[in-house]
Design a binder for this molecule. Structure first.
Ligand code: GDD
Ligand code: MG
Length: 335
């Protein structure tokens, strides 16, 4: 447990709200029990000035069965979402340019980074968040938007999971050089429209933001700029991005049958003798991991089925609209 202050004063971010209205920030992670090889012992809040830094003490069971006590700091800024705005016909992408102090202090020449529009979730659904961010950071109001995958961006220290999206934009609707961003939050963003081949050529030089590189390479390898012909007007949802199964990452809570370290490692009945292994525990862990993997796969299949049904419904609606438009166009041509 986090020790109370010597003065007995209630601590901001724990017992009383911090400057951003948050309390109980030291509770995160205390009830984690999905992985039987990890037992969280203590969580201490280090800072909650803007985002949240904690140090967590946990016992970890190594591959040879040995337990060790570890401490890890985590930087928690919530989860985020980002989107590649692309125009297939013009072969362009819409990026943002803004000052990023953390990059500047780490040797970036001027800290002005080219990035895809992105932002934090603010307790919203990722798709809602990315629509809002796109509008705030480029002025463009996104129509259809495709969820691609979710990735941990820096899993050794940053808790963030980033939701990746792609969305077509109308060429000419937003001008290169437009100023955007939420000024009240200090954002000062310049919209940058780039030829996609130019952008790809800038990877590692003018474009050094990981999420942006990832989305550009995805677009070139298997997205709208890949060699496979793809057109949003034809069949966006069927050909892409649903061509390959991409189950959304789920981290469901799993009840485990064994809790090898609910007592301290020293007193654990499962604590191995020096140099010894724990076959009974390892077998149980293996069986549990396999069962968990099967449950996750089943869940992913169910999620995928729901998503495919949704796409089929969208495609059906789109077909109806296109049929009406075709009829109108034919009627106009006959006149
Ligand atoms: N006052 C203050 N404001 C801050 C601080 N840190 C960030 N902000 C402000 O908080 C806002 C966050 O803006 P978002 O657009 O929601 O997030 P982002 O920083 O663009 O994050 C995106 O890019 C990151 C870097 O690649 C990603 O990590 C993140 O997931 C997301 O995609 C910005 O206005 C920023 O200036 C701080 O320490 N103090
Ligand atoms: Mg942003």
């Amino acid at each position: 447990m986090t020790a109370p202050t010597l003065s007995g004063e209630p601590r901001p971010g724990i017992e009383v709200p911090d400057a951003r209205g948050r309390t109980h920030l030291d509770r995160a992670g205390r009830d984690l029990d999905r992985n039987p090889r990890v037992v969280v012992r203590d969580v201490r809040l280090l800072t909650s000035n803007w985002y949240v830094t904690r140090v967590t003490t946990f016992d970890f069971q190594h591959a040879d069965g040995r337990w060790s006590r570890q401490e890890r700091e985590t930087y928690d800024r919530g989860d985020g979402a980002c989107v590649l705005l692309f125009n297939t016909a013009a072969r362009t992408v819409l990026l943002t340019e803004q000052f990023r102090y953390p990059a500047y202090v780490n040797e970036h020449p001027d800290g002005m980074l080219l990035e895809v529009p992105a932002g934090l979730l603010d307790d919203e659904d990722p798709e809602v968040a990315i629509r809002r961010e796109s509008q705030e950071e480029t002025g463009y109001v996104v129509g259809e938007v495709h969820h691609l995958f979710d990735l941990y961006t820096s899993p050794g220290s940053v808790t963030e999971r980033l939701h990746f999206f792609a969305a077509p934009y109308e060429h000419g609707s937003v001008h290169h050089g437009t100023r955007a961003g939420v000024h009240a939050e200090g954002e000062d963003i310049r919209v940058v429209e780039l030829d996609v081949d130019h952008a790809l050529g800038e990877i590692g030089h003018g474009i050094v933001d990981a999420k942006t590189v990832l989305l550009l390479q995805w677009a070139a390898l298997e997205g709208p700029f890949s060699s496979a012909s793809w057109s949003p007007a034809e069949s966006p949802a069927r050909r892409w991005p649903g061509a390959r199964p991409r189950p959304r990452l789920t981290v469901p809570p799993v009840r485990r049958p064994v809790r090898p370290a609910d007592v301290s490692p020293e007193r654990s009945p499962n604590h191995p003798t020096p140099g010894g292994s724990m076959p009974h525990v390892e077998e149980a862990l293996l069986a549990e991991r396999m069962a968990q993997a099967q449950r996750e796969a089943a869940r992913a299949r169910a999620v995928r089925a729901v998503r495919l049904r949704r796409r089929a419904d969208v495609a059906a609606r789109r077909t109806e609209v296109l049929a009406v438009q075709a009829e109108r166009a034919e009627a106009a041509a006959d006149r």
